[in-house]
Design a protein around this ligand. Structure first.
Ligand code: COI
Length: 374
């Protein structure tokens, strides 16, 4: 994701390579309309899923869209034992004229390929990644919501499907895309969230899988996330594992700090932080607007001191699911601080509006980030 002006996507014809096997029992219009009314994040799924199989012998084959449904796994299936699995998250947005678009899907495809390399999974060609999304969204286009702040969340993933419990890279894999109509990620809606800084647990370390989007990183974050809940917070923030000093990322989002002087800071990519698509888009948009954005190490001590003196004015989280979410409270062992006055700050509010205006087609897409699906 070194360039934030993405290359044009040309997957349209490739979507035709997917054979569509329509669901025998799609949701009725009434059921779908009710499901789209106010879906809780990640709980409602569309009628179909896209799928491609891989084996070392046959390569990528059997591109299809089929009825959404349970996967049958042998108890010896490798992913159940060694967590050889990766995923992505992106969204399809319905614009006011009814058309449906993705945002920087090529960046997700590239990150998926790099996650696959790190997890010793086969690399799915970018064309197939984009075509699978296109084929699924076209099939289930009626599931793309049009409500405020709503979208169709797309979850591409790949897992080791070989039935073998020896420890080595799989010789068989399955790639799937499922889709879920969503509103805001947090149950509280788009409101400031509270963050617990974990000092006893780390998400990733040097040479590990922190920069890959693999299930194992999220599994490693859950006990700390539970600790955050126990402490009355909604999300956890991890520090670097080497010195327990510098902010890394939240359980599933990147983090930004805004100074009272208007400078914006975000942790630099050290190899243990996920290179978020939303993160890099925000850096680009803020830079376009003439702001100084520093990607560097940010110590917890610096943020705590800045919150106490007022030098830190805003803190926000970002990610595909969370978009831009203000952080209103930062707590940890021995401290509990309100960020600003606890409400969303001006920079957070403005960058959220600019990003979502581009995504929903209300603002010019000057970087060529949007790609029309329907
Ligand atoms: C996303 O933002 O899409 C993610 O994959 C993170 C997860 C918290 C939903």
């Amino acid at each position: 994701m070194s360039s934030t002006t993405d290359t044009p996507q040309t997957s349209t014809d490739a979507a035709g390579a997917f054979v569509v096997h329509p669901s025998a029992a799609p949701a009725t219009d009434e059921v779908r309309t009710a499901a789209l009314a106010a879906p809780k994040f990640g709980t409602v799924f569309t009628d179909h899923m896209a799928r491609i199989s891989w084996s070392q012998q046959a390569g990528w084959h059997d591109r299809r869209v089929e009825a959404y449904g349970p996967l049958q796994l042998d108890p010896a299936c490798a992913v159940l034992h060694y967590a050889q699995e990766i995923f992505e998250g992106l969204k399809a947005y319905r614009h006011a004229d009814g058309s449906v678009w993705t945002f920087r899907a090529g960046a997700n495809a590239a990150r998926f390929a790099s996650s696959a390399r790190r997890l010793a999974l086969p690399v799915l060609p970018e064309q197939d990644f984009l075509a699978a999304i296109e084929a699924l969204v076209r099939t289930d286009v009626d599931w793309v919501p049009s409500g405020d702040e709503m979208s169709l969340y797309l979850r591409p993933f790949m897992y080791a499907s070989e039935n073998f419990i020896g420890v080595r890279a799989t010789l068989e894999a399955e790639f799937l895309v499922i889709a879920s109509p969503v509103g805001p990620y947090f149950a509280s809606g788009v409101h400031p969230v509270s963050i617990w800084v974990a000092e006893d647990y780390h998400r990733a370390g040097a040479g590990g899988t922190g920069a890959a989007k693999c299930g194992g990183n999220y599994a490693a974050s859950l006990v700390a996330q539970q600790e955050a809940y126990t402490q009355g917070c909604e999300q956890v923030c991890f520090l670097d594992s080497e010195t327990n000093t510098y902010l890394e990322e939240l359980g599933g989002m990147n983090v930004f700090v805004v100074g009272a002087d208007g400078r914006v800071l975000t942790p630099e990519l050290t190899g243990s932080i996920l290179e978020g698509v939303t993160r890099s888009s925000i850096i680009q948009l803020l830079t376009d607007a003439g702001r100084t954005v520093e990607e560097r190490r940010i110590s917890l001590a610096e943020v705590r001191a800045g919150l106490e003196t007022g030098e830190v004015a805003e803190v926000f989280a970002c990610g595909t699911a969370a978009v831009v979410t203000p952080i209103g409270r930062l707590a940890g062992n021995g401290f509990d601080l309100t960020v600003g006055d606890g409400t969303a700050g001006a920079v957070t509010t403005a960058i959220r509006a600019e990003l979502t205006d581009i995504q929903y087609g209300r603002l010019a897409d000057r970087h060529g980030w949007m790609h029309r699906l329907v």
